[in-house]
Design a binder for this molecule. Structure first.
Ligand code: C2E
Ligand code: MG
Ligand code: MG
Ligand code: MG
Length: 294
C-alpha cells in the first residue's frame, strides 16, 4: 500500500514536471513566433531631473501581448528568454525598436533632442562579441548620435562575465554610449570595481526606495548610495518613486533624478511623444506641479 501510494505520488510528481517542461517549451516557441508576428511592443517610462523638473529620458520596457494568455509580464518572459538564449533576438529587437521610436520623436518634435533612450541589457547579451558592433550599427541605421543612448546593466551582468564584459563596456563607452547600473544595491559589485567601470549613472533599486519610510536603515542605504554617486561623480536615479514622502526624502538627500509611478507609469509611444511636446511648449510641465504639491 505504502509502495503504491509512493508510486502514485511519483507519478503525479513526474507528470507535473513534464507539464512545467512542456509549458516552458510552448512558451519558448510562442516567444519565437511572437517575435516574428508583432506580439511584442515597448512601453516608455519618463526619467526626470529633480533640480529643474526637466524630462531627461525614457526607459524602454518590453511588453508581450500573448494571443491566448494575454499580457505576460517581463518578470516571466525575460528570465525565460535568458535561459533559452532568445534574449539575444529579443534584446536586439528592443534596442532597434527603441531607437526607431526615438528617431521618430526627433523628427516630429524638437524637444526630443534633449531626451535620451535607456535600454536594458541582459547579462547574456554581454557574452556576444558582436554586441558593440550591433549597437553602433543600430544607432547608425537610425541616424542617431551615440549620446542619446543609455544602456542599463546590472551588477550581476558585470560579475557574470567580468573581463569580456568590461572590455565591451569600454569599447561602447569610447563610441560615446552611456551606461547606468540598474537595480543598484541589490548585487555584489565592489567599490573598486565600480570605480573602474566606465559607467555614468547609478539607478537605486526600487526596493530601497519603497522601504525608506518604514525602515530607517533603508533611508541610510539610499543616503549612502547617493553620497557614493556624488563622490564618484556619477548621476543617480531613484527608481520606483511612488509617493510624495519618498520624493521629499529624496530631495532632502540631494537625489538628482527620479523615475516612478508618482510621476509617470510606463506609457505608449504616442503618449510619450505628447509628453515631450507638452514639456517643450510649456517649459516645465506636469511634474513641476507634482513637485510643488509635494
Ligand atoms: P527594471 O529595468 O528595473 O525596470 C523598472 C521596472 O519597475 C519596470 O517594471 C517598471 O514598470 C517598474 N516601475 C517603475 N516605476 C515604478 C513604481 O513607482 N512602482 C512600481 N511598483 N514599479 C515601478 P517592468 O516593466 O515590469 O520590468 C521589470 C524588469 O524586467 C525590468 O526591471 C528589467 O529588469 C526587465 N526588463 C523589462 N524590459 C526589458 C528588456 O527589454 N530587456 C531586458 N533585458 N530586461 C527587461
Ligand atoms: Mg532598467
Ligand atoms: Mg531597475
Ligand atoms: Mg528593478
Amino acid at each position: 500500500r505504502a509502495k503504491e501510494a509512493g508510486r502514485n505520488r511519483f507519478k503525479v510528481f513526474t507528470e507535473r514536471m513534464l507539464e512545467t517542461a512542456v509549458d516552458q517549451l510552448t512558451l519558448e516557441n510562442d516567444m519565437r513566433r511572437g517575435l516574428k508576428s508583432n506580439e511584442f511592443h515597448l512601453a516608455y517610462q519618463p526619467i526626470l531631473n529633480l533640480d529643474n523638473s526637466d524630462l531627461i529620458g525614457f526607459e524602454a520596457l518590453a511588453r508581450w501581448s500573448h494571443p491566448r494568455r494575454g499580457n505576460i509580464p517581463p518578470s516571466e518572459f525575460i528570465p525565460m528568454a535568458e535561459e533559452s538564449g532568445l534574449i539575444i533576438q529579443l534584446g536586439e529587437w528592443v534596442l532597434r525598436k527603441a531607437l526607431e521610436t526615438l528617431a521618430q520623436w526627433r523628427e516630429k518634435s524638437p524637444g526630443a533632442e534633449n531626451v535620451y533612450m535607456s535600454v536594458n541589457l541582459s547579462s547574456k547579451q554581454f557574452t556576444r562579441l558582436e554586441l558593440d558592433k550591433m549597437v553602433v550599427k543600430a544607432l547608425k541605421d537610425h541616424d542617431l548620435p551615440p549620446s542619446c543612448l543609455q544602456l542599463e546593466i546590472t551588477e550581476s551582468a558585470i560579475m557574470d562575465n567580468t573581463e569580456s564584459a568590461i572590455r565591451s563596456l569600454h569599447r561602447l563607452r569610447k563610441a560615446g554610449i552611456h551606461f547606468s547600473i540598474d537595480d543598484f544595491g541589490t548585487g555584489y559589485s565592489s567599490l573598486s570595481q565600480l570605480q573602474q567601470l566606465p559607467v555614468d549613472t547609478l539607478k537605486v533599486d526600487r526596493a530601497f526606495i519603497s522601504r525608506m519610510k518604514t525602515d530607517p536603515e533603508n533611508m541610510e542605504i539610499v543616503r549612502a548610495v547617493i553620497a557614493l554617486a556624488h563622490s564618484l561623480e556619477l548621476n543617480v536615479i531613484a527608481e520606483g518613486v511612488e509617493d510624495p514622502d519618498q520624493l521629499c526624502s529624496l530631495m532632502d538627500l540631494n537625489c538628482q533624478c527620479v523615475q516612478g509611478f508618482f510621476f509617470h507609469e510606463p506609457m505608449t509611444n504616442t503618449k510619450a511623444l505628447e509628453l515631450i511636446e507638452r514639456r517643450s511648449n510649456k517649459g516645465s510641465g506636469t511634474s513641476k506641479n507634482k513637485l510643488e504639491q509635494a
